[in-house]
Design a protein around this ligand. Structure first.
Ligand code: PMP
Length: 304
């Protein structure tokens, strides 16, 4: 990833990709105190546009606030930085990664005078869970690791350190031949995937866990809105593991994963064992929205 052409926005400057480095004593590398975003830009009939840019940047600022980092830039400045990264790298479709981290001005947890640095990188990234997964659905296994306890890792923050839990859960199930992990909260209720929110559909009613142990996903909010617009009832509530076993349809949502159907959970078929009909409709509605093929919600697209 580090050896490629292009530019990364780094503390206000466009730095050649290979030179966008940092010192090994960077505080965030040691302690995980940082926050980031995952954002996507799509090609639309009116040119390239970033989907829900303002909401992603707002969540980045909220993440920084939660973990107590002072942001050296305004939201407008970081919105512009993201648009500029796409222009400079001449990207038509891209995944964007803004990240906020402390520098190497001091070591030890008690270090003071740390500088906050910000980068924005962008690159072309296809379907996170594969084109086949988008069509047929993916195979999911419940993780042996619990998701965050509400008062230890504050999961409304998309904080770097929260992703050790995700990484361990994901790698465990990948080694066992599954595509993604389902994570339960410390009480055993369904929380989310390692990098996605989850939805289940039973008797036409769409449900998703609330966000006590899951990230407040922007795709989650988007899909809830689109589903309500299509006339579906959408509920935020506690969901049990066995409810996923017997639901009619299930899917994951995320900026990277978009709307990915779940065809199997813990070696049991979900519904018919393929992408369900409501999931298919929501997936199509989501993709039409992000690609600017729908007239609805033009404010969700920021053109470069
Ligand atoms: N949960 C976790 C843990 C994630 O990392 C992500 C991806 N950002 C999501 C949910 C989905 O969030 P969003 O739809 O905002 O990408």
């Amino acid at each position: 990833m580090s050896d490629r052409d292009g530019y990364i926005w780094y503390d206000g400057k466009m730095v050649p990709w290979r030179e966008a480095t940092t010192h090994v004593l960077t505080y965030t590398l040691h302690y995980g105190a940082g926050c980031f975003e995952g954002v996507r830009a799509y090609e639309t009939p009116k040119g390239t546009a970033i989907f829900r840019l303002q909401e992603h940047t707002r969540r980045l600022f909220n993440s920084a606030k939660i973990i107590g980092m002072a942001m050296p830039w305004s939201e407008d400045e970081l919105n512009e930085a993201q648009l500029e990264v796409l222009r400079v790298n001449q990207l038509k479709e891209a995944y964007l990664r803004p990240m906020v981290f402390y520098g190497s001005e001091g070591m030890g947890l008690r270090a003071t005078g740390l500088k906050t640095h910000v980068i924005v990188a962008a690159w072309t990234w296809g379907s996170y869970l594969g084109a086949d997964g988008m069509e047929r659905g993916i195979r999911v296994k419940t993780s042996s690791f619990s998701r965050h306890y509400v008062n230890s890792s504050l999961c409304r923050a998309k904080a770097n350190a929260n992703y050790l839990n995700s990484s361990m859960a994901l790698n465990e199930v990948l080694k066992d031949g599954y595509d993604e992990a389902l994570m339960l909260d410390p009480e055993g209720y369904v929380a989310e995937g390692s990098a996605e929110n989850i939805f289940v559909i039973t008797n036409g009613v769409i449900s998703t866990p609330d966000v006590t142990s899951a990230l407040d996903g922007i795709t989650r909010r988007t899909v809830m809105q689109l589903a309500q617009d299509m006339g579906y009832t959408v509920r935020e509530r506690r969901i049990t593991r066995d409810e996923v076993y017997v639901c009619d349809e299930a899917f994951f949502t995320g900026t990277a994963a978009e709307v990915t159907p779940i065809r199997e959970i813990d070696n049991r078929p979900v519904g018919s064992g393929s992408r369900g009909p409501i999931t298919q409709k929501l997936q199509a509605a989501y993709l039409a929205q992000v690609k600017g093929q729908s007239e609805r919600y033009p404010e969700w697209l920021s053109h470069i």
